[in-house]
Design a protein around this ligand. Sequence first.
Ligand SMILES: Cc1cc2nc3c(=O)[nH]c(=O)nc-3n(C[C@H](O)[C@H](O)[C@H](O)COP(=O)(O)OP(=O)(O)OC[C@H]3O[C@@H](n4cnc5c(N)ncnc54)[C@H](O)[C@@H]3O)c2cc1C
Length: 501
Amino acid sequence: MADYDAVVIGAGLGGISAAALLAKNGMRVLILEQSDIIGGCCSTFESHGYRFDVGASIVEVIHPLDKFFQLMGKRREDYIDLLPCDPIYSFITEDGRRFSYPTDIDETTRVIESIAPEDAEGWRRFSRLGLEMIEEMMEAMVTSPLNTVGEALALVARHPRVLRYLPLLARNHQSVIRSYYRNPTILGSVAFQSYFAGAPPELGSGIFGFIALSEHLGIYYPHGGMISIPEGMLRAGLEHGLEVRTGCKVERIILDGNRARGVILEDGTEITSGVVVSNVNAKVAYLKMVGPENLPSWALKAIDSYSLSMPCPMVYVGLDEKPDLEAHHTVVSASVEDMNRVWNLYYTKGIIPRAAMSLICWPTEADPSLAPDGHHILNFLCNAPAPYAPLGDSWDRLKDWYREAAVRELERLVMPGVRDHIDYLEVSTPLDFERRLLSPQGAIYGLFSDLTSLALFRPHARSRVIKGLYLTGSSTHLGGGVPTTIASGIITSGYVLKDRG
Ligand SMILES: Cc1cc2nc3c(=O)[nH]c(=O)nc-3n(C[C@H](O)[C@H](O)[C@H](O)COP(=O)(O)OP(=O)(O)OC[C@H]3O[C@@H](n4cnc5c(N)ncnc54)[C@H](O)[C@@H]3O)c2cc1C
């Protein structure tokens, strides 16, 4: 008899979501996590009395999280305390102007009217279509499998209205938002979200153009830091016998012919199981853990063809005073043209942009308990996106330079005297992300997401080449993000349970 019914590699959101649901359905499930803390990109670490979020800084679109708890037969409120963040964003323009978007859609109309009266009607049309679409898509897609043409047809048969939104998939982010807005400031305020899917506005799918609206359904910060989300989900799973081991790195997937039979850890320990669920990057799962020698040539070609998503350096700052900010998130906005330029002229050529978009997250605005009394935290994505391999240099050598550049950006844009109030500062470069999370090249959303790598075209949640192997997390449909990876775990557990009969 195998040691477990299912072994899950990685305690990211996708892994925990799938594992807990399998445990709830009576399976003996073990999660193996290489790090000492769970949550992967959606996690929190402690340093010098501050609790910094590793990556993700908010959750929006909480439908998949609620669905997870509903499937677990529990109430989300009993496990995770979500604090609403309103306004959604405060913007700082290059010329130093500030404005904020509240959650309320009508109040946002008034903000837009005050900046660009000509775009208020566009915002009304954008929100009408967007709200309708988000409601339909949420029900139809977020927790439904979409790996095969048959599944796509079944989805359309169940939700025929989704067909109306298909043309958006074929358009790019910037063409969608440009059909609603003219003013460069307003366009900038709804364009940067394409980077939340890991691509500039000219490459991101038009469907992501509506992220700017989904935020108005509410954005939330969990009390205790972002780790409270995976911790709450894990706790729900532990109540059904789920086991987790941290500090356990999986090296290989044990194969018997083309069937997964368990995993081998770094120290050589073998753990057997009939089902292996991988929450690690799909390229790592196939090319390192399964091994190219065990893949048919078409599968090897297919997995090779995916590009990794972009990395993103982070700056974690502890302050001894309250920052001069107006919202949980402050965006230092750029024009749509600059967002594309940064990608084409800097990122793809291996150059770190000197000035581009920055996103400043202020978690102690929502939850002061994350820092010592009277102190504050800023998690700062500075001059993004930045390449994994800076041309002719390395992140380890550039770290001090980058740290100084980040402080100068904060001084220039947020608080002129911030330097004197920095109590602690740590930089996590793409190399550090790779070391911390074993995420290849520090990729933050698994694989790059364009039209050729979405939905049916993304690596399948149920492996087509290795029986008993399932994938979950940002490398699978619906890509990177807190809600999407929780949804991926729901979808993956559905396949496992279906295959068990
Ligand atoms: C800087 C940054 C900012 C972000 N901001 C947001 C945001 O604000 N909102 C949002 O919705 N999303 C955001 N995201 C994206 C979101 O956090 C991720 O898409 C999501 O958390 C990824 O979940 P996952 O299931 O793919 O697993 P991951 O988080 O990738 O976790 C995979 C886990 O596998 C473990 N692992 C790797 N290799 C092994 C191995 N060999 N053996 C055992 N364990 C292994 C890793 O340690 C890790 O814990 C952000 C991401 C980053 C990095």
